[in-house]
Write a protein that binds this ligand. Sequence first.
Ligand code: ZN
Length: 263
Amino acid sequence: MENDEAIVVRSIDFSETSLIVTLFTKRFGKIEAIAKGGKRLKSPFESALDILTQINVTFIQKKNDSLDILTESQVIRRFQVKQNNLHGLHAAYYIAELINLFTEKNLPNSQLYNFATEKLFTLVNPAPINVVNYHVAQFDFQLLHENGTQPAIDFCAECGQKIITQNNRQIIHFKNSAGGIICNNCTEICRKLKQPYSLLKPETLNLLKHFETEINNKIKTQPNDNNTISQFHNNTILDTLNLLNNYINYQLGSKPRTQKYLN
Ligand SMILES: [Zn+2]
């Protein structure tokens, strides 16, 4: 029997009374478990199994591909958005879907757990769309970092050459299949070979570098740290979000279902 805290990232009906839930736990990583009687009003789960709820959970781990068995759960925090905060709600659903798509079962990542819960509960509070977009873009970047697929932003992802951006006028390109920015020589080769790449604005690169610096220095963006966010133009935040989402789609080979509700 194991105890841990977790975020409910998916919850589906299994039978009249039971649910199958996907939980991102702090110490055990992602688990898939059956909650027998989870749909009954009076169950040991305290109706704690709604998506995005942070819970304390007790479960029995099963070997191989069998579902774990949930025996008990209590709510730590419910994800309740304030004042018709649809942007925040959609962003939170997107983050939950990404966690489910990117994490492996039973592979602990408490750093990602902490970051994800902090982001999710930041999104409860109403905020302008650019602030929500910033949080989602930052989550995208952190997730890619934790997953070992963070895009290259300091050197050419094709040839490894260091790319120095001294001024904000330099033209840089980004290539999903290479895994990051590419130098002018490699861009020329891609152009000749008709391989897809896109233009990356210097401001977008700056924001990506800002995310990287925050990870390296373990800086936490505070929920109300709008001074940091307001350094970046709304269009820059949106461009960065779109770039990272496209990169994520490339990595996954498909588009997350909830991505269309963003922006
Ligand atoms: Zn190159």
